[in-house]
Design a protein around this ligand. Sequence first.
Ligand SMILES: *[C@@H]1O[C@H](CO)[C@@H](O)[C@H](O)[C@H]1NC(C)=O
Ligand SMILES: *[C@@H]1O[C@H](CO)[C@@H](O)[C@H](O)[C@H]1NC(C)=O
Ligand SMILES: *[C@@H]1O[C@H](CO)[C@@H](O)[C@H](O)[C@H]1NC(C)=O
Ligand SMILES: *[C@@H]1O[C@H](CO)[C@@H](O)[C@H](O)[C@H]1NC(C)=O
Length: 304
Amino acid sequence: MDLTLSEVLIVSGSLILIGLLVSEILDWLQMLIPLTSNNQVFIPLPVFDYANDNQPHDWKAEFIRRVRSNQSPINIITNDSVVIEGGDPLDWIDYSTQPEVMTMINDGNTITLHFVWPNGIIPHIEKGPLRYSYNFHSIIFYWGISDDVGSEHGLDNVKYPMEMQLVHVKANLESPRTIITTENSDEIAIISYFFKISKDNNDALDNITSKLSNVEDVQSKIFIEPFNIDTLFPIFKRKFYTFNGSSTALSFSENVTWIINPEPLNIARTQMEKFRKINLLKREEIKKYQPIQTFNQETVYFHE
Ligand SMILES: *[C@@H]1O[C@H](CO)[C@@H](O)[C@H](O)[C@H]1NC(C)=O
Ligand SMILES: *[C@@H]1O[C@H](CO)[C@@H](O)[C@H](O)[C@H]1NC(C)=O
Ligand SMILES: *[C@@H]1O[C@H](CO)[C@@H](O)[C@H](O)[C@H]1NC(C)=O
Ligand SMILES: *[C@@H]1O[C@H](CO)[C@@H](O)[C@H](O)[C@H]1NC(C)=O
């Protein structure tokens, strides 16, 4: 068979394109592999660090095994917190960016949201109580079967029906594995919001609650239509509690810098019920919930 040079170029070019397409499809199929096992949580870390070998194409393979720990939740006694006046306000950068891809996962312990961001942009926080810059990584929801349990933290012995945690990972980490091996206690910062039952619907939350029926089964995972995440929560710069503590879901050996907004957000009862329909592995444990443990109060700060 005689082929001209341009025909050869067209054929080889087409083969290369087909190859690239197939490899991309295989790459994405990895995300659909069911998350495995009983009380082990698989969390991709960090999903959007463009530094070094950690390109967006690599993060899909970076599922790192974590074992859920049994740390007690923490109750903040607001009157005992140390008030910091005139501190640096917390800085939020690029939170109005719309993600390119959003996934919702039922890993058996919680519902989490993960993101892929458009090239070069990663929402991040800095200043306030933070010494470094922290890249936004994922959102975790905690809820209970009744209105007086659910939140991981308590505020003056009050538990809220739901808590939403924005997980952040220190920027410029050499690789996700650094988090596991490091001795440092400043790799993770989590911003937390409480939810209280309201008469009115929280319309922004509908972007989440309308998808929950697709992840009612343990180990289910779906893509959801991307929306601006900063519709979900108010950006606050002051009037928050902060302390170094541990995390129930992310059992990192080091501590987490917590930043807690004491002003609860609204969730309608119909929206709350959609969360409560979700099947989790440790449902009984979540029903009873662990006894509240009061944190070492000397270390809780309130940034005025
Ligand atoms: C905080 O202290 C003030 C003044 O002592 C007191 O009136 C208030 O009830 C306390 N608040 C809480 C939540 O315990
Ligand atoms: C998300 O919620 C906002 C606010 O309610 C709404 O304007 C927007 O259309 C929703 N986006 C999607 C993708 O559902
Ligand atoms: C948390 O720990 C870091 C590192 O040890 C320290 O610099 C920071 O002041 C601590 N923050 C709080 C709120 O205790
Ligand atoms: C974590 O926090 C606890 C309580 O403040 C503290 O005793 C412990 O030393 C901290 N661990 C690290 C690795 O910083």
